[in-house]
Design a binder for this molecule. Structure first.
Ligand SMILES: Cc1ncc(C[n+]2csc(CCOP(=O)(O)OP(=O)(O)O)c2C)c(N)n1
Ligand SMILES: [Mg+2]
Length: 692
């Protein structure tokens, strides 16, 4: 143990705590033989100051709704987070928001940094470690997510904070490196945050001028501060990353600033204190090595042979700082909330429901039922009607589009829906601008804040959101991604606007629910399914063009959507010899084919399959009733890549899909060119059955 004198001053304890973060990080990386020591060594004073001096966070309850949020956007520096979560004794909770009665990150977890099962994994993981506010690692995602958190706080404060009751007044701190500043998503997000004047948001830019390949002068030479000034941010600079008084001063200035978010440019030295590695790219992502580790510890005045040392007084120092401040502000808030509940029971109940991701009573009342109609309704049109009902039933359902509201039909048009802007933070219509990358991450930030978000664009641009969609699945968030113009329906716009591989690509993301409904009533059923998700994101893929609304007295009920796939139309005696499987706009092609086959005495069945993922989670027995193993004549019809459909049509089946990009032409011509016509499907069915 380090001798800690009785007379130790508060300043010494600051330094001791900072060096504890540094050395825990260095030791963990060395032990794991992998990881990133340099940035934790440099940013330990910053993270120490944010956590122990500034943030209102109660380690006893990492889910307290009014806690300040801390986002480590440079996720490779995860040891910073594992160190402070450990040193503050932050408690573990589970996915049902229950406290587990033990620490989130133990010293043993840190000793087992990056090893299987450890609560100190390579990068911050939201669903895995309590106290992590968002998963980071893909650079830029964290800062962009923090913008969603800031929008959420503004929206929540507007709705729930009433005179004398500041129920929501928390701040969001995000730490970012050169990488986050270079990534496009970071720029989109900063631009949006500046436009919205999100003064509850503070980013700290670790300006160490080092990335993996070396000095940033090989690739990055703009004036970041000027860029943020142009975005409308308040920009501060702290030129010494070890000066915790200056850092605290800047954080307080950020906190008091109104009308704009703050960027603090913090000049730092990666690998600080390492005699041979400070300011080098080697300090970024390699263990220091045993010799350098000792030299660096010596430079810190640390016992050279000690490993994973937490000197006497350090835990207590965090207890006296963030522990006490967090507990006090949490206690005051709880008292405030009880008084609030007495005065505004309904609002208090809403807050509690949101925290558990429950839906309010009557959330699905007045959902539309669409009458049979051969001309039909576009998927996007039906979706717009549903969203306008749901948003009135669920106060905390908010969303918008990346400038395609009129096309996506996501605009909430009812009286009082409002538009979220700096001076109208209660609006439920969000306007992301043409910033799909940032929209995806912003939606995740909203979902992490327990607001229920949806965001829309054309399906083709799901690619621009894909990293955030993937993270939402990894984090197990109920984010709703709405996509319209799902296939060739965008006809004349041509192949740049016609998705081909997107369904296959999204279906490959574990845990993501992808739904492509076949008519307006399937759209309603899809939303019913999606809204009840608590720990899964959903992608809704909708048509631009009208799809016939099926007569549900003749065909099976759309409620079958909740099972992923269902028998929509069947052969006499439920004894099919050929099965047509389709999603979205191709369901009506399958139904038309079916009618023709039946008329010719061919026993066909139509399976509407809006969601592979949901279907995969049904029992084998159910799946076998829908797709009986003995019926091998199967045809899948989908205006998308054929990739993957083999699993449902089998070796003897056929897939009518896309194996090339589309083309620019009216939809009818495209349907003919690419073979999405009943006559072709009929011919293939007969071929499979040898009934030429
Ligand atoms: C989107 C993305 N691209 C690439 C990487 C790989 N990567 C991890 S850290 C890093 C360099 C980051 O530099 P900087 O943000 O300056 O971090 P520092 O080394 O200064 O801590 C890169 C390229 C990543 N994690 N995410
Ligand atoms: Mg850097």
């Amino acid at each position: 143990m380090t001798p800690v004198a009785e007379t130790i001053t508060s300043t010494d304890l600051d330094q001791l705590s900072i060096n504890t973060i540094r050395t825990l990080s260095m030791d963990a990386v060395q032990q794991a033989k992998s990881g990133h020591p340099g940035t934790p060594m440099a940013l330990a004073p910053l993270v120490y100051t944010i956590w122990n001096r500034v943030m209102r966070f109660d380690p006893q309850d990492p889910l307290w709704p009014n806690r300040d949020r801390f986002v480590l956007s440079n996720g490779h520096a995860s040891m910073l987070l594992w160190s402070v979560l450990h040193l503050t004794h932050t408690q573990a909770v589970n996915a049902n928001y229950e406290k587990l009665g033990h620490a989130s990150v133990t010293l043993d977890d840190i000793r087992r940094f990056r090893q299987i099962g450890s609560k100190a994994p390579g990068h911050p993981e939201y669903h895995w470690v309590s106290g992590v506010e968002t998963t980071t690692g893909p650079l830029g995602q964290g800062v962009a997510t923090s913008v969603g958190m800031a929008i959420a706080e503004k929206w929540l404060a507007n709705r729930y904070s009433l005179p004398g009751f500041p129920i929501f007044d928390y701040k969001i701190y995000a730490v970012a490196g050169d990488g986050c500043m270079m990534e496009g998503i970071g720029s989109e997000a900063a631009s949006l945050a500046g436009h919205l004047g999100l003064d509850n948001l503070c980013w700290i830019y670790d300006n160490n001028r080092i990335t993996i390949e070396g000095h940033t002068n090989i690739a990055f030479s703009e004036d970041v501060a000027m860029r943020f000034l142009a975005y409308g941010w308040n920009v501060l600079r702290v030129s010494d990353a070890n000066d915790i008084e200056r850092i605290e001063h800047a954080l307080n200035k950020a906190s008091n600033k109104t009308g704009s978010p703050t960027l603090i440019v913090l000049d730092s030295h990666i690998g600080y204190g390492s005699p041979h590695k400070q300011d080098t790219a080697e300090a970024h992502g390699e263990p220091l090595g045993d010799d350098e580790l000792r030299l660096t510890k010596r430079a810190y005045g640390w016992p050279e042979d000690a490993k994973f040392l937490v000197p006497d007084g350090v835990y207590e120092h965090f207890e006296d700082g963030i522990g006490t401040r967090g507990a006090d502000s949490h206690r005051e808030w709880t008292q405030l909330f009880e008084a609030y509940r007495a005065q505004y029971p309904e609002l208090a109940a809403e807050i509690e429901q949101m925290q558990r991701r429950e839906l309010p009573n009557g959330w699905d009342r007045d959902l539309p039922v669409f009458p049979a109609d051969p001309k039909g309704v576009a998927g996007r049109e039906a979706s717009g009607k549903v969203l306008n009902v749901l948003a009135q039933n669920i106060p905390w359902l908010v969303g918008g589009s990346a400038d395609l509201g009129p096309s996506n039909k996501t605009l909430l048009t009812y009286e009082g829906a409002g538009h979220f802007q700096a001076n109208s933070p209660g609006g439920k219509n969000l306007h992301f601008g043409i910033r799909e990358h940032a929209m995806g991450a912003t939606l995740n930030g909203l979902a992490l804040s327990k607001v229920r978000p949806y965001g829309a664009t054309f399906f083709i641009f799901s690619d621009y959101e894909r990293p955030a969609i993937r993270l939402s699945a990894l984090m197990e968030l109920p984010t709703i991604f709405v996509f319209t113009h799902d296939a060739m329906g965008d006809g004349e716009d041509g192949p740049t606007h016609q998705p081909v591989e997107h369904l296959a690509s999204l279906r490959a993301i574990p845990g993501l629910v992808t739904l492509r409904p076949g008519d307006a009533n399937e759209v309603v059923a899809a939303y019913r399914y999606i809204m009840e998700l608590r720990h899964q994101p959903a992608v809704l893929v909708l048509s631009r063009q009208p799809l016939p609304t099926l007569d549900r007295t003749k065909y099976a009920a759309a409620a079958g959507v909740a099972r992923g796939a269902y028998v929509l139309a069947d052969a006499p005696g439920a004894d099919p010899e050929v099965i047509l499987i389709a999603s979205g706009s191709e369901v009506s092609v399958a139904v038309d084919t079916h009618e023709q086959l039946i008329a010719e005495g061919i026993r066909s069945r139509v399976v509407s399959m809006p969601s592979w993922d949901i279907f995969e989670h049904q029992t084998q027995q159910y799946r076998d009733t829908v797709l009986p193993p003995n019926v091998v004549a199967r045809i899948a019809i989908e205006q998308a890549s054929t990739f993957g459909w083999e699993r449902y049509v089998g070796a003897k089946g056929r897939v009518i899909g896309m194996t090339t990009f589309g083309a620019s032409a009216p939809l009818k011509e495209l349907q003919r060119k690419f073979g999405f016509e009943p006559a072709r499907v009929t011919a293939i069915a007969k071929e499979l059955l040898d009934r030429g």
